[in-house]
Design a protein around this ligand. Structure first.
Ligand code: PLP
Length: 363
């Protein structure tokens, strides 16, 4: 079986360095908010090109902290793509804000920026972008709209560590950004982890306190804060893996290029990519009208695939209030998408075999 993602194989090259790192953390005996966390945040900010990075507990909390950091809450509307992983929407709900769902562009799967302005009301506070599947959102229009309406631009960069829009990396395209280091992401730790990046020093300081019980000084609480921190071991692991992220992303690009040049089956729609550096291929997502047959055929041929995502947020029981909403592009995407294996450790022969099987498939 060709697995969808062999995380053990992805991490094996780092085991020695990580064992050494963990031993040094053990010998220091400092487990939270120590030098590993500081070192990782410094290098991650530098990597993204931002003034600040702050390690937090996970991606969902990073997203909520962005909204809380700007003081958004009840009555505030946040514009968000309708076809995202549920965490983006949950963060908006948890902050007490109202998510305003916008249809994606069927070619990029990212938010359709031509549909944003019609959704803006006097209550709109921010546009929460998602660089879905690893592809940076086209920013030009969005920068203009945000400026015209004085809206904040927040990025959900959980799938796009390292992607560029023009000269700038994801994480540095708006006012502030949230990252996840969940093990399966392009930059993943060995448990849960996340970060926020920003050039807004005031916001950075506020979120620093919010993520640590609302306090700058132990036992003095300025805000009703949270406990959301990146621990020393995860930070140490991330510092090691960050050094290899660009190389890993480059290999993902090579696989994606091979898939895009060689899959020729007319039943399959391939993902588009306007510019090589704008995509880090967290997922390689094809579309087909015969998804369940194709997925079964691939499984019968020893190829594991996954669906990102089978049910859109507005059709989830958790968002019962939206269940009768009609978002045809979002729904079509959720019915047709299928994710092929892609990872920094895939074997060339497996990639070739997958292409061969796909081209042999007859509906
Ligand atoms: C993974 C992911 C998140 C959530 O990150 P966690 O660390 O799992 O909380 C948020 N948004 C998107 C788009 C994601 O892919």
């Amino acid at each position: 079986m060709i697995p969808f993602l062999d995380l053990h194989a992805v991490n094996t090259p780092y085991h020695d360095a990580i064992e050494e790192k963990i031993r040094s953390i053990l010998s220091r005996g400092r487990y939270l908010l120590g030098e590993e966390n500081e070192a990782f945040c410094t290098s991650f900010a530098e990597y993204c090109g931002t003034k600040h990075a702050l390690g937090v507990g996970n991606g969902l909390e990073a997203l909520e902290l962005l909204l809380r950091g700007y003081g958004f809450g009840s009555g505030d509307e946040i514009i968000v793509p309708a076809n995202t992983f549920i965490a983006t929407i949950l963060a908006i709900s948890h902050a007490g804000c109202t998510p305003i769902l916008i249809e994606p562009d069927i070619t990029t799967y990212n938010i359709d920026s031509t549909k944003i302005e019609k959704a803006i009301t006097p209550r709109t506070k921010a546009i929460m972008l998602v660089h879905l599947y690893g592809q940076a959102v086209e920013m030009e229009n969005i920068w203009e709209i945000a400026q015209r309406h004085s809206l904040k631009i927040l990025e959900d960069s959980a799938q796009a560590h390292g992607a560029y829009y023009q000269e700038r990396r994801v994480g540095n395209l708006g006012d502030a950004s949230a990252f996840s280091f969940y093990p399966g992401k392009n930059l993943g730790c060995f448990g849960d982890g996340g970060a926020i990046t920003t050039n807004d020093t005031e916001l950075y300081h506020k979120i620093q306190a919010l993520a640590n019980y609302g306090s700058y000084k132990k036992y003095h609480h300025l805000y009703k804060g949270y406990n959301s921190r990146l621990d020393e071991i995860q930070a140490g692991i991330l510092s090691i893996k960050l050094q290899h992220l660009d190389k890993d992303n480059q290999y993902r690009r090579e696989i994606a290029q091979y898939y895009r040049e060689n899959i020729t089956n007319p039943h399959i729609t391939l993902p588009s990519c306007s510019n090589e550096s704008s995509h880090v291929w967290h997922l390689f997502v094809i579309r087909t009208k015969e998804r369940s047959q194709l997925q079964q055929y691939l499984a019968d041929n020893g190829i594991e695939t996954l669906i990102h995502y089978p049910v859109p947020p507005h059709k989830q029981p958790a968002y019962e209030e939206w269940n009768s909403l009609s978002l045809p592009i979002t729904e079509k995407i959720h019915e047709e998408v299928l994710s092929l294996p892609i990872s920094p450790v895939m074997q060339k022969k497996d990639i070739e075999y997958i292409v061969e099987c796909l081209n042999r498939y007859k509906a």
